[in-house]
Write a protein that binds this ligand. Structure first.
Ligand code: TYM
Length: 340
């Protein structure tokens, strides 16, 4: 085992993942990937491209392949450092699905039925035609996290409920069979934890949203970003001032603040006496500038495909070594006979 395979036991461990089910957007970046990068300073980090989660919704084969590599490239381009962190593809480590099965046996139907994301994704659909994978999705997510005995899980607000379920399942297992799992904490930044759609501030920014104008993709060209921000809905009134009665503007102010480092108060003062148009024009430049270095790096990674593939290969080996240790303990706890 090389020195890299064994991550130090001293630092707390992070696990997180994103689905390759479409283009990554500014919500994924601000809510999750930016924190993946920051947490490398204090934690040993494991970042996964969760392709098995993506197939709970039908994917076009070629798109899934491309999107999977795109997500890995986005992690690397944003600053996830494969010398320090493990980056891998979920389906390359079969332990995820095996642990999922074992966790299935202690997870309740009622718990899964209460998951907001499941309810949203299946709203209006008849139970007869809802895929079992969509229902069971949070158990796979619990397996992802628990396999690595992660202490912390950086996610956007929309995944909090799934991490809470993971905690419940971990505690239940530890109680019933003896301690095998670390009970993880969700890490959700107040700023960026819930980036809203540009055309409807009541909905989160999402890749599955109907309109392209609702989100800024990580790879959107500068002019596309400018157009989308210009078209973003704003609230009635003319003053650049946030607040609960101005959800659309507040969302834009949040994005401005996170990416520029200025506080909301400073930004509001900067635009006193100016209108939405000035504010939006400047915000567009802030976003364009923030994404430019990531986009450049993604293009470089796309030009040399072998680098990312090598990172993913090493990542899967390192991940598997950790996952197999946890799984061996789990099998023992449950009473499965070790393979002779
Ligand atoms: P996914 O792929 O939908 O999103 C990836 C990450 O981006 C965050 N996010 C947002 N944050 C702020 N504002 C938004 N509008 C926004 N939209 C998305 C998500 O919260 C997430 O952190 N089930 C997970 C993937 C997953 C996972 C895991 C995460 C599978 N296994 C284990 C952590 C640990 C998902 O579908 O995320």
């Amino acid at each position: 085992m090389s020195g890299q395979e064994e991550i130090s036991a001293r630092r707390p461990r992070v696990f997180s993942g994103s689905q390759p089910s479409g283009t990554l957007h500014l919500g994924n970046y601000l809510g999750a990937i930016r924190n993946y990068v920051a947490m490398q300073e204090t934690h040993d980090c494991i970042y996964c491209v969760v392709d098995l989660h993506a197939i709970t919704v039908r994917q076009v084969r070629a798109d899934l392949r491309r999107n999977t590599i795109d997500v890995a490239n986005a992690y690397l381009a944003a600053g996830v450092d494969p010398e320090r962190s493990i980056v891998f593809i979920q389906s390359h480590v079969p332990a995820h699905t095996e642990l999922m099965w074992i966790l299935n046996t202690i997870t309740y139907m009622g718990e899964l039925r209460r998951m907001t994301q499941f309810k949203d994704k299946t709203a209006g659909a008849e139970g007869e035609s809802i895929g079992v994978g969509l229902f069971d999705y949070p158990v796979l997510m619990a397996a992802d996290i628990l396999l690595y005995r992660a202490d912390a899980v950086p996610v956007g607000e929309d995944q909090k409920q799934h991490v809470e379920l993971t905690r419940d399942v971990a505690e239940r297992f530890n109680h019933a069979f003896g301690k095998a799992f670390v009970v993880p904490d969700p890490i959700i930044r107040t700023e960026g934890g819930r980036v809203m759609s540009l055309d409807d501030p009541a909905k989160k920014m999402s890749k599955s949203a109907g309109s392209e104008n609702s989100y800024i993709a990580l790879m959107d060209a500068p002019d596309v970003i400018r157009r989308k921000i210009r078209r973003a809905v704003t609230d009635s009134g003319t003053e650049v001032r946030g607040g609960p009665e101005k959800p659309a503007l507040t969302n834009l102010l949040d994005i401005y603040s996170i990416l520029s480092g200025a506080t909301i108060g400073e930004i509001e003062r900067r635009y006193e006496g100016k209108g939405y148009a000035d504010f939006k024009a400047d915000l567009a430049e802030v976003v364009v500038e923030a994404l430019a270095p990531i986009q450049t790096r993604i293009r470089e990674l796309e030009a040399d495909k072998s680098y990312t593939l090598e990172v993913l290969k090493t990542g899967a080996e390192r991940a598997e070594a950790i996952a197999e240790r946890t799984l061996a303990k789990v099998r023992e706890r449950v009473g499965l006979v070790p393979r002779p």
